[in-house]
Design a protein around this ligand. Structure first.
Ligand SMILES: Nc1ncnc2c1ncn2[C@@H]1O[C@H](COP(=O)(O)OP(=O)(O)OP(=O)(O)O)[C@@H](O)[C@H]1O
Ligand SMILES: [Mg+2]
Length: 324
């Protein structure tokens, strides 16, 4: 696939129509993903990361729905698919997802093998033996023994379960694999090992990958590009190492400063004052302005545009006059 854009998301908005009002969970989000590349998505809890992932799978449940924008996945317009086509043509084959908290929803009554083979048997015209061969290949890729195939979920560790779920997401060789907080429920040692394996996997595979996590420090290592989300917006987007080294948006700066580092006096750890806004009634102007120490005149009135600052897209008024 090389340098070909496989996923092109434009002005995507997804809202939840609740009795308390319209939750603007995702607003005018745009980004692209190339084959063999990975995009990291970071941001505080509730900023719309999972909503974005569900939108890409055309799986937003009522009261939510995609209200605007387009998702072009290798020529297929995802926003226009009905449920039947999404099931037959999109999910698992074109885009798959490791769901947030997925390891808790493995069915206890079926073996690992049964659960892995299910999407293969449903979507491909193959025999049980052929399905088993494919599962074996991917179990191997995530560093698991084929012996686990006949076990039940309760006979596995959390790390093993998570690896099985990752292997299952890869089975049909989708163009895009989304991993929503794939390691948050695990201890740091297992987390580091799985992240390391994912890094190796990424090199072997042609898929585009989207890594979602609130932990920005992981993403600098594993993702080519980085999208920083705040209150339903992407506020900064571009090369992940560049952003990590030299963040432009005041929110990204705060997020990075808040990462605990060894050898740094714990008293000096920064935090972001206040809390993310209610998305039924987000702040006027820039959604970050009530928490931003650089906010000035226009920030509480006008929505900022996206500015190209050294190849990084930054949605912030600070870059209006100053350029870079
Ligand atoms: N089914 C729903 N009905 C109403 N509001 C919802 C629903 N699902 C999500 N939301 C709201 O949409 C916003 C975005 O939620 P989302 O789960 O996408 O955030 P997130 O960034 O994935 O958070 P986390 O890091 O905690 O997983 C939040 O304000 C959330 O309360
Ligand atoms: Mg989430």
């Amino acid at each position: 696939m090389g340098d070909k854009t496989i996923l092109d998301v434009k002005d995507l908005s997804t809202h939840y129509f609740t009795s308390k009002g319209v939750v603007k969970a995702l607003d005018d989000v745009s980004f692209q993903l190339k084959g063999g590349k990975s995009l990291g998505v970071a941001g505080e809890s509730g900023c719309g990361k999972s909503t974005m992932a569900y939108s890409l799978l055309k799986m937003v449940q009522p009261p939510g729905r995609i209200v605007k924008g387009s998702i072009n996945l290798d020529g297929m317009e995802v926003t226009k698919l009905d449920e039947n086509s999404a099931r037959k043509k999109l999910r698992w084959q074109k885009v798959s997802m490791v769901f947030q908290g997925a390891m808790d929803i493995m069915t206890p009554v079926y073996t690992v093998g049964h659960q892995m083979k299910e999407p293969l048997r449903y979507l491909m015209d193959i025999t049980g033996d052929e399905a088993e061969e494919i599962c074996k290949k991917y179990l191997d890729m995530v560093d698991l023994d084929f012996e686990l195939f006949n076990r039940y979920p309760h006979e596995l560790s959390g790390g093993q379960k998570q690896r099985i779920i990752i292997a299952t997401a890869l089975l049909l060789e989708p163009d895009v694999v989304i991993l929503d907080e794939p390691t948050t429920a695990l201890d740091v040692v297992v987390e580091a090992r799985i992240m390391n394996d994912l890094k190796i996997l990424k090199k072997q595979l042609d898929n585009g990958m989207i890594f979602i996590t609130h932990d920005l420090s992981i993403l600098a290592e594993i993702s080519d590009d980085l999208a920083v989300m705040y209150a339903g917006w992407i506020v900064e987007l571009g090369d992940s190492k560049k952003i990590y080294r030299d963040p432009k948006h005041p929110y990204t700066k705060k997020l990075i400063a808040a990462i605990p580092r060894l050898h740094v006096d714990i008293d000096r750890l920064e935090y972001i004052p206040g809390a993310p806004p209610e998305l039924t009634n987000p702040p006027k102007g820039c959604r970050f302005h009530p928490r931003c120490e650089h906010a000035f005149g226009r920030c509480n009135k006008e929505e900022p545009e996206e500015h190209d600052v050294d190849g990084i897209l930054v949605k912030c008024h600070l870059y209006d006059e100053r350029g870079n």
